[in-house]
Design a protein around this ligand. Structure first.
Ligand SMILES: [Zn+2]
Length: 361
């Protein structure tokens, strides 16, 4: 019986990762890499993927999260982000350091992640967006994902490629198209045009737009205060989760500073870290970095998957995205040994290049 290429790849990956973990090799790698600083980037911890995030690989089941946390506590020094920043500034970071972060301020960080963090005595940082916590709005990326899941990617792709001819002719799987369109909206389309497209798409598919239905999806201030009292830290993830590199200076100021101000007001006296929305090098500019520094943030975090060293500047710390995966893959991933991630990066780079070159032509 013939096995598809994807299945072959998955099987090889599982065998390789199981070997890495059970052979003791991963322990050797962990020891060799003991000076590295690993900052993990989680999003949603929930038993089931909601329509707002289905397909973007950001949901980790609570059972998986607990297994990962138990593993981390056993093999690493898991410290709060503010402690890492102080240690980096003093030039005395301990060995095998790991920091946990959660982006987008999902409500499930209160419902599912926090009880597990509390059980293991681990303090993490949750990054908040001002518009969702203050105004009950749904971030556009989650509206887009909801739309794709409700309408079906086929229909949404058709509508998008009628509007943006650069997309027409891109051959990809359903998941591939989802990521291509998402990246296109992030990198190539101005927020005003994207919002018009999304509003028209909801109308055209006769799907109720959940734009202001964020109250159940994200954290409330009372939950933030409860978690903060237990040592959970909170950071700035901007006002509305835009690609900052595409905004004017005034718009970037508004995105970064107004969100910082509300956190400073609600959680006085705390250090406020910053996490770039989307987290890639192409999602901010030198100007963005200056605004982040000058507006009093304690550090700035990316999300490109690189591992930090003692020399990494506090305003350019990077993070490793965590997904739902077997523990052996998780262990390999945080040691920089994930074959699956390497293959996916190669594939997504190819797809992005195709769309970018089409849109430029
Ligand atoms: Zn985010």
């Amino acid at each position: 019986m013939a096995i598809s290429k994807d299945k072959q790849r998955s099987l090889i990956n599982r065998l390789l990762n199981a070997f890495l973990r059970h052979s003791g090799f991963i322990g050797i790698v962990r020891h060799v890499n003991r000076a590295q600083i690993k900052i993990l980037m989680y999003h949603s911890i929930a038993p089931k993927e909601s329509y707002y995030v289905r397909g973007i690989g950001v949901t980790v089941k609570p059972t998986t999260f607990e297994e990962q946390l138990s593993y981390l506590r056993q093999h690493y020094r898991v410290i709060p982000l503010h402690q890492l920043i102080l240690e980096l500034r003093d030039g005395c970071v301990g060995e095998k350091t790991v920091v946990l972060t959660f982006d987008d301020g999902f409500r499930d960080s209160y419902e599912f992640a926090w009880p597990i963090l509390h059980k293991y005595g681990v303090r993490a940082t949750v990054f908040l967006n001002k518009d969702v916590i203050e105004r009950g709005k749904i971030l556009w990326i989650h509206r887009f994902t909801y739309l794709a899941n409700c309408a079906g990617m086929e229909h949404l792709w058709k509508l998008a490629s009628q509007r943006w001819p650069a997309l027409a002719g891109v051959h990809s799987t359903r998941t591939g198209r989802f990521m291509v369109l998402m990246n296109y909206l992030v990198d190539q389309v101005l927020p005003v045009d994207r919002d018009t497209f999304l509003a028209e798409a909801f109308r055209s598919f006769e799907i109720a737009d959940p734009a202001h239905r964020g109250s159940d999806l994200y954290l409330r201030w009372d939950q933030v205060h409860e978690m903060a009292a237990d040592g959970i830290e909170f950071g700035n993830h901007t006002r509305s989760h835009e690609n900052l590199a595409r905004l004017s200076e005034r718009e970037q100021q508004c995105e970064i500073v107004t969100a910082r101000d509300i956190i400073a007001e609600m959680l006085p006296g705390s250090m406020i870290p910053f996490a770039y929305p989307f987290g890639g090098m192409r999602h901010f500019t030198n100007l963005t970095a200056r605004i982040v520094r000058e507006s009093g943030h304690s550090c700035a975090l990316l999300g490109t998957g690189r591992i930090n060293s003692h020399d990494t500047p506090v305003y350019a710390l990077d993070r490793i995205k965590v997904e739902e995966e077997p523990l052996s893959q998780f262990a390999a991933r945080i040691e920089g040994l994930s074959l699956r991630r390497w293959l996916r990066n190669v594939r997504s780079r190819k797809q992005c290049c195709t769309v970018t070159s089409r849109s430029k032509s």
